[in-house]
Unconditional design. Structure first.
Length: 266
């Protein structure tokens, strides 16, 4: 068991070092930070932002219900971050195995003493950790904004919301890792991952037009609806189980894909 853990940590360290040594990864992070900062300012401080909307309504004496500005802002901001991540995550996952295929090193990986599961878990942990690093500045933005709220924001709500964001990212990256193991084209891997995730993102729209148990089952598969539950502060165990299931499925299918390659080479 300890050997497997050390193998996972070795792959994890290798993948993480690769991201932090890649100029392309820093370009992705820079664009992500610029876009997220722009959306942050627009949602909170723009003329059409939440604060100005509430202030204008109060100045005009318009009857408005009590508004929890911090809660509304956090929900809207993380909804945007979830949508933005749909474009970023396939790019992060596209080279997890595709580059190995292109460099002809996947065969060596497939026939090495390392188990396919250990390699897949290590690679996934590496890319999820790099994405978490990209999310860190968002926490700083929010901490500064929430420090001015009265009454103070309870830390449970933003914590649960960001756990939802990381679970969403891990699910998408796990599925993207599987697709990356099927092709030696990083671009094709990113496109196919985006198409798959987009389908899982909007599958609830299809579910609404399907009646009966099938419609309910399709609705439960939606990444969007389950992500919304968590960023709204709802500790929905079914949503957490769904994200964990997507993560497991991605790792399982990746391991089977590499195992099939190992069988071909044996």
């Amino acid at each position: 068991m300890m050997i497997i853990i050390w193998n996972i940590l070795a792959i994890f360290r290798k993948e993480l070092q690769g991201y932090f040594a890649s100029p392309f990864a820093y370009v992705i992070a820079g664009v992500f930070w610029w876009l997220s900062g722009s959306f942050f300012v627009e949602i909170l401080l723009d003329q059409e932002g939440i604060i100005n909307q509430v202030a204008t309504a109060e100045q005009l004496g318009l009857p408005i219900p009590p508004v929890d500005v911090a809660y509304v802002f956090l929900r809207q901001f993380l909804e945007v971050m979830g949508s933005l991540s749909l474009f970023v995550l396939p790019i992060l996952s596209m080279g997890l195995y595709a580059e190995e295929r292109k460099r002809r090193t996947l065969e060596l990986l497939a026939t090495s003493p390392l188990t396919n599961w250990a390699v897949a878990v290590g690679k996934l942990l590496g890319v999820v950790t790099f994405y978490s690093f990209m999310v860190l500045p968002l926490l700083a933005y929010e901490a500064i904004a929430f420090s001015a709220t009265d009454p103070p924001v309870q830390p449970v709500l933003p914590l649960l919301a960001h756990v939802g964001l990381i679970l969403l990212a891990a699910s998408v990256l796990s599925l993207g890792m599987f697709i990356s193991s099927l092709t030696d084209s990083s671009i094709l891997s990113a496109i196919l991952t985006f198409a798959l995730v987009l389908g899982l993102w909007v599958i609830d729209l299809i579910a609404k037009n399907v009646s009966g148990p099938l419609g309910e089952a399709l609705g439960h598969l939606s990444l969007l609806e389950n992500y919304k539950n968590l960023i709204q502060g709802v500790l929905d165990t079914s949503s957490i189980i769904l994200f964990l299931s997507y993560i497991f499925i991605g790792i399982f299918l990746t391991a089977q894909s590499i195992d099939a390659l190992r069988f071909q080479r044996s």
